[in-house]
Design a protein around this ligand. Structure first.
Ligand code: C2E
Ligand code: MG
Ligand code: MG
Ligand code: MG
Length: 291
């Protein structure tokens, strides 16, 4: 059992640390070669407009196709990648692949967006904006079609530096999103100063909103907060028709979750969009189902 001490003295379970040191050492050295051996995979999970049912784009999520271990989920290796600095290579790979997918998908068709996750280390990387500029130039990437997701904790690691980097990326035209909103330690004062376009309500609130009135109220307040600040709001972790309906009734802008689709290999996304039809769910009355 592996636990690491958290800022507030709470022990947080960390799956990546829950292995023998031999195993983690070999994983670590293998990870370094994963890009050269073409073992990273880009998965895409759709983001849908709750108002129209239209596909707006997708979140890019990494997987590691390991020759012995099979498809390894990011929770098992992202923490290692962050500790070792390999995350910068990984992020670069994700952004580049996403830019290539965007170029294919948006050739002619309506403009879809792809969201890519940034880690703390990426935000502290002074060269990140210059690297992003090179991608704009070499891959003809339209920065407005790429959204960068950052968690509150990544920002609060070094808020001054994060703010500088985010301002530069925003000025270049990239969209910015706060991921897992409501679980970190950022303050509303920071939120106001950050050049963000979107809030993603953490899935823990969405999972429980049907059963737990407090979670439902947090979701409702977050939607209102986002809209009052002029931000787009996304709910992730939508697993049921009921959650979809509630979020629609609450005016949430975008939906992401297993109820729509699980993350899929990038090659399947175009066909998935073609086959997609918005769920025909009956409207929910807020005063009876939720208040
Ligand atoms: P995240 O950025 O908050 O991504 C959402 C996660 O929730 C994804 O897990 C997604 O598969 C999962 N999810 C979405 N809808 C549902 C649902 O309805 N039910 C349930 N149970 N889960 C749902 P995944 O792909 O395992 O990624 C986990 C985390 O790993 C991500 O959380 C993100 O923090 C990190 N991650 C993934 N890819 C990357 C990457 O390329 N770079 C970085 N820095 N982090 C990444
Ligand atoms: Mg994310
Ligand atoms: Mg999230
Ligand atoms: Mg998360």
């Amino acid at each position: 059992y592996a636990a690491k001490q958290h800022q507030l003295g709470v022990k947080v379970y960390d799956a990546a640390l829950d292995m023998s040191s031999d195993e983690s050492l070999s994983l670590l050295s293998e990870l370094r070669t994963a890009v050269d051996r073409d073992q990273l995979r880009l998965y895409l999970q759709p983001k849908i407009s709750l108002a129209t049912g239209a596909v707006l784009g997708a979140e890019a999520l990494v997987r590691w196709q390991h020759p012995q271990r099979g498809l390894v989920p990011p929770g098992k290796f992202i923490p290692f990648a962050e500790q070792t600095g390999f995350i910068r290579v990984l992020t670069g790979w994700m952004i580049e692949r996403s830019a290539m997918v965007l170029r294919q998908m948006n050739a002619g068709a309506p403009a879809l967006k792809i969201s890519v996750n940034l880690s703390t280390r990426d935000l502290l990387d002074q060269d990140l904006p210059a690297k992003m500029q090179r991608l704009i130039d070499t891959l003809a990437l339209n920065p407005g079609s790429m959204c960068l997701e950052i968690t509150e904790s990544a920002i609060m690691d070094d808020p001054q530096r994060a703010l500088q980097t985010l301002e530069r990326l925003h000025a270049m035209g990239f969209k910015l999103s706060i991921d897992d909103f409501g679980t970190g330690y950022s303050s509303l004062a920071y939120l106001k100063r950050l050049p963000v376009d979107e809030l993603k309500i953490d899935q823990s609130f969405v999972f429980n909103m049907e059963r737990d009135l407090d979670d439902a109220k947090i979701v409702r307040s977050t939607i209102d907060l986002a809209h009052n600040l002029g931000l787009n709001v996304v709910a992730e972790g939508i697993e049921t028709a009921k959650a979809w309906k509630l979020l629609q009734a609450l005016g949430c802008d975008e939906a992401q979750g297993y109820f729509v689709a699980k993350p899929m290999p990038e090659a399947l996304f175009a066909d998935w969009i073609r086959d997609w039809t918005a769920p025909q769910v009956q409207a929910v009355r807020l005063d009876t189902d939720f208040s």
